[in-house]
Ligand binder design. Structure first.
Ligand SMILES: N[C@@H](CC(=O)c1ccccc1NC=O)C(=O)O
Ligand SMILES: [Zn+2]
Ligand SMILES: [Zn+2]
Length: 210
């Protein structure tokens, strides 16, 4: 029987974070010695560390928050493709894979899985790439980088184009040891009512026959 494969970045105190942003930090301020019964951990974190989803409020003042988003988008069939030969996720790169249709798309880029390293460059999603995804029926896209746009971008053309085509955003998945093909995906955000993003646990399972 197929096993679920974890494609999440482990959350530890070495995890990379956006320059200037809050890092992920876990510690145990209350120990069993202190309480007499239990250890109690505490986490401090940005919403954009590790494997996470973006809500529209991340880049739009009146955009939806995490708890407003459709939960169904984060569970279901997905297609994993390797676009590591391209430096942009554009229509031409996507067309090279001859996909007929996909509800969810996971994209491996040329960036190696190094959760403790914040990259200088990523392969951005272009507006024509987002439009082409829409024509394939894509409702969620996941990438193995911390952003859909160049790291220094303020316009966030990729994020906005995905939003205009109603495609949900998943970032920092780890895809180095998984093959191209069809999978089932689960990547549920936490029920953060006001948040612009959420850490997720992302797992995939091969679909039989693919
Ligand atoms: N848009 C990025 C995150 C991002 O831009 C960011 C995250 C934390 C701190 C600063 C950020 N961007 C610009 O200053 C993302 O794709 O999630
Ligand atoms: Zn993000
Ligand atoms: Zn983002």
């Amino acid at each position: 029987m197929a096993e679920w494969i974890d494609i999440s970045q482990p959350l530890n105190n070495q995890l990379a974070h956006w320059p200037g942003d809050q890092s992920f930090h876990y510690h145990t301020p209350l120990t069993k010695d202190m309480t007499g019964s239990v250890n109690i951990g505490r986490i401090t974190t940005s919403t954009h560390v590790g494997t996470h989803v973006d809500a529209p409020f991340h880049f739009l003042e009146n955009g939806k928050r995490i708890l407003d988003l459709e939960i169904d988008r984060y569970i279901g069939p997905c297609t994993l493709i390797d676009l590591s030969a391209f430096d942009e996720i554009n229509q031409r790169a996507l067309e090279s894979k001859n996909i007929d249709a996909a509800e969810r798309l996971l994209i491996r880029t040329s960036l190696p899985n190094r959760p403790e390293r914040f990259p200088k460059d990523v392969s951005p999603i272009t507006p024509d790439g987002a439009a082409y995804m829409k024509s394939l029926g894509v409702q969620l896209v996941g990438v193995d980088t911390p952003s859909m746009d160049p790291i220094t971008s303020k316009e966030l053309a990729g994020h906005h184009a995905l939003y205009q085509h109603d495609i949900y955003i998943l970032e920092n998945v780890m895809l180095d040891h998984v093959a191209e093909g069809d999978y089932e995906l689960i990547a549920l955000p936490l029920p953060l009512e006001e948040a612009d993003g959420s850490l997720v646990r992302a797992v995939i399972k091969p679909i039989k026959g693919s």
